[in-house]
Each structure stands twice: as structure tokens, then as C-alpha cells.
Design a protein around this ligand. Structure first.
Ligand code: AHM
Ligand code: MG
Length: 339
């Protein structure tokens, strides 16, 4: 009989990675896995149950229309994290301010979470993959009291753990605690995430570049030069453009196959679109742990000191050699990237 390792078993077995572990992080990861199964259930019946498709009519802090499933996923994760009592608070893409949980267990927790509960949700109504992205930090404020904003405003290199769930042709949870990256596929027949992709390594070079080409005219000359090189330069015939428009799906594919994902600044969005705390940083931690690289074009993503919860940052992330080549393009062309 084939032996199966479930997410819960794996987490417990690897608790030794943390010498003074109290099991709190393990339980927190299990709470996230539990909420992910509930969101998976709803995402999977989105085509059948008309009331869960479409928009709520509200606009979130990002100025974007909130979809019903955005709101549902946000509630599910917040509820699971609050009831689990293993984290002191959450900063979510869907909430203007962070939420400090008030019950005693939560206040006593040493962790806080930044989360995008349903990333790429504009794709949901047309049955395209979406995801959840999360980042876990040790709080810097003192325990036994409500967490503070400063707990969330730590550079990505301070992350304790990060992960994503992709609701795709199958549902997968991929995470790192700083000791490599492991992927688990949900087996719906037993309701468990099972280890399917141990020790994921991103190929150092791939043949995929992922960018919203529609924005080309708004990119800096240096980014345009790189994209022109991808399209017409030496070896361009071996490259393919693949862009889903769901960051989780685009990065998951590139993580397994090799490639680079770019979301540059544009003339009308000087910091790009993607959010540092709950999109760029967790993905950068995972990709670096898999052997890849991530940069804002001027510094390593994980070194950026955040100043706001919903701060945006340009991101160039993926296979190590492809990101290095891109960064060389930024250096080599004449016009400075930061002007
Ligand atoms: P969201 O968090 O509102 O869903 O937006 C984030 C998404 C990412 O998943 C994706 O990479 C990007 O937006 C796509 O943006 P664009 O449509 O500008 O290419
Ligand atoms: Mg998002």
C-alpha cells in the first residue's frame, strides 16, 4: 500500500525544525489548512450556486469591487484564525486596518498573519484558478496584550512562514517555514492535504515569462528593453509568454516549470499593483526557499521595509538566472529605473 503523508502529520513531524517550538506555529498552519478546505468547497461549487458568484456592491480599501467570494474567503479565514486562538491578529487585503483579536489565547500568541484571502478573484466567475496567500510573522510587540500595527510592518526577511493555496484543477497548499518548500494536494475523497510535491526546487532557468503585456506602453524603457529582448532577442524562440492574471497560478506554474513573473511599476502606478505584505513577501519567501529570486528592481523584495499595511511594490520573481538577467538589463540600459 502507498504510504500517504497528510499535512497535519508532516507539520507535526517537522516541528523539530524549531528548537524551542511550543507547537503554536504547527497549530496555526493547521488552522489555515482547515479554512482552506472550506474555501475550496465554496470555490468548487461556484458555478452551481448562483448566489456566490458576482460582486457584493462594496468597494474595498484598494478601490476594487469586492466579489462575494472575496468576502466569504475573508470571513472564513478570519473566523478560523480567531477561533484557533494561535495568532494575535490579522492584516487582510479586504480590511482597511489590521484586526487585533481580543480573546486571551490570541493575545497570548506570538504570531500575526498578513493574508490575501482570495487572490485573482476577478477570475472566479469564469472558472480560472484563484488562490489564498499568507505570511506569518513573530510579533515584535509584547505578548499578553493586543497586537500592534508595527507587528505587521516587518520586512519580508523576518517572516517565520509563508504559503499559498491554489484552487485550480486540484487544490494545493504550498508553504515554507524557512526550511525548503513543500506542496500538498487536497484529496477531496478523504478531505486531507497530502504531501505530493516534497522539497520543491524552481529550475534555475525556464522558458516562461509572465507579464500583463497590455501595460507595455506604460513600462519604463528598461523594462520594455527586457521584454523586447524576450520577444525578439537571442533565444527568444525558446521563450513563451504565459499570463493567467492570478498571481498564485502564474507563480505556481513558474515555480514548477521555471520562469519569471513581472509586475512592474507603470506610468500611472508608480509602485506597481501588487501588495508587499500579503502578495509580494510571501511569494518571495517561497521562491527564494525553492532556490529562486525576487526583487523590486532596486532591492531584494524581502529587504524592503514596509511603512503601510497595503503598500504596493513592483516585483520581478522566479528562476534565479532569469531574475539575474532581468536585473542586469535594468543596470545596463542608460535610463535610470528610479526617476
Ligand atoms: P487581487 O488581489 O485584487 O485579485 O489582484 C491581484 C491580482 C494578481 O493575482 C494578479 O497577478 C494581478 O492582480 C493581475 O493584475 P492585472 O489584471 O493588472 O494584470
Ligand atoms: Mg490579491
Amino acid at each position: 500500500m502507498v504510504s500517504i503523508t497528510t499535512l497535519d502529520e508532516f507539520i507535526i513531524r517537522n516541528q523539530y525544525e524549531f528548537p524551542y517550538s511550543t507547537g503554536e506555529l504547527s497549530r496555526l498552519l493547521r488552522d489555515i489548512g482547515f479554512a482552506a478546505k472550506i474555501v475550496h468547497r465554496e470555490v468548487n461549487k461556484a458555478g452551481l450556486v448562483a448566489e456566490i458568484l458576482g460582486k457584493t456592491g462594496q468597494i474595498n480599501i484598494q478601490g476594487e469591487e469586492v466579489r462575494k467570494l472575496d468576502s466569504y474567503a475573508n470571513e472564513r479565514f478570519l473566523t478560523a484564525l480567531e477561533h484557533g486562538g494561535e495568532c494575535a491578529g490579522v492584516a487582510s487585503e479586504e480590511n482597511e486596518d489590521f484586526i487585533a483579536f481580543s480573546d486571551e489565547n490570541s493575545r497570548n500568541s506570538k504570531y500575526v498573519i498578513a493574508i490575501d484571502p482570495l487572490d485573482g478573484s476577478s477570475n472566479i466567475d469564469v472558472n480560472v484558478s484563484v488562490g489564498t496567500i499568507f505570511s506569518i510573522y513573530r510579533r515584535t510587540s509584547k505578548m499578553f496584550s493586543p497586537c500592534l500595527k508595527e507587528d505587521f510592518l516587518q520586512p519580508g526577511k523576518a517572516q517565520t512562514a509563508a504559503g499559498y493555496i491554489i484552487y485550480g484543477s486540484s487544490t494545493m497548499l504550498v508553504y515554507t517555514t524557512g526550511h525548503g518548500v513543500n506542496g500538498f494536494t487536497l484529496d477531496p475523497s478523504i478531505g486531507e492535504f497530502c504531501l505530493s510535491h516534497p522539497s520543491i526546487k524552481i529550475p534555475s532557468h525556464g522558458n516562461i515569462f509572465s507579464v500583463n503585456y497590455y501595460n507595455y506602453s506604460k513600462f519604463s524603457d528598461r523594462v520594455k528593453a527586457y521584454l523586447d529582448h524576450c520577444r525578439d532577442g537571442e533565444n527568444s524562440s525558446s521563450l513563451s509568454l504565459r499570463y493567467v492574471g492570478s498571481m498564485v497560478a502564474d507563480i505556481h506554474r513558474n515555480l514548477l516549470r521555471g520562469g519569471i513573473f513581472l509586475y512592474p511599476k507603470t506610468s500611472d502606478s508608480p509602485n506597481g499593483k501588487l501588495r508587499l505584505l500579503y502578495e509580494c513577501n510571501p511569494m518571495a519567501f517561497i521562491v527564494e526557499q525553492a532556490g529562486g529570486a525576487s526583487s523590486s528592481g532596486t532591492e531584494r523584495t524581502l529587504d524592503i521595509q514596509p511603512t503601510e499595511l497595503h503598500q504596493r511594490a513592483p516585483i520581478y520573481i522566479g528562476s534565479y538566472n532569469m531574475v539575474s538577467k532581468f536585473l542586469n538589463f535594468l543596470k545596463d540600459t542608460k535610463e535610470p529605473e528610479e526617476e
